[in-house]
Design a protein around this ligand. Structure first.
Ligand SMILES: [Zn+2]
Length: 137
């Protein structure tokens, strides 16, 4: 299968997932369960297993978050930039997209972003504050 074919298939999966999540958030979990039976292996699917027992706010939150990520991914399809890393612009390996269809960066850039976080934002705020003080003098 070519990369293009794989990406088209991923789009189909994302659209179906989005519909299932929409309906789940409206209280209809049947479609989500149906998808779960076809494909397993992510966190939300594991969460969907427990849905019969308890429909808790945590699950709703996870679904809302995933729905947002899926909508973003579908928008990138429509803009023809799906599958390209937002960090370095290189194509994201198809194996990574299969695992996380709404990934926006390659593993290298993800690692770099993770090492940047952790106290980084407060440093940035200090810098902004310093500049503001200099300007006002
Ligand atoms: Zn990258």
């Amino acid at each position: 299968m070519t990369r293009n074919d794989s990406i088209k298939k991923l789009r189909d999966q994302l659209v179906r997932r989005r519909d299932a999540l929409h309906r789940a958030l409206e209280g209809d979990l049947s479609l989500l369960r149906e998808l779960h039976q076809e494909k397993t292996g992510d966190v939300l699917d594991a969460a969907a297993d427990t849905v019969q027992d308890e429909l808790n706010s945590q699950l709703i939150e996870a679904e809302s978050r995933e729905l947002g990520a899926i909508n973003d991914a579908i928008a990138r399809f429509d803009a023809d930039c799906f599958g390209n890393c937002e960090g370095c612009g290189k194509p994201i390996p198809i194996t990574r997209l299969r695992a996380i269809p709404y990934a926006t960066d390659c593993i290298d850039c993800r690692r770099k972003a993770e090492t940047r976080t952790g106290g980084g934002s407060s440093v940035l705020w200090n810098r902004v504050f310093d500049n503001a003080e200099v300007d006002s003098v």
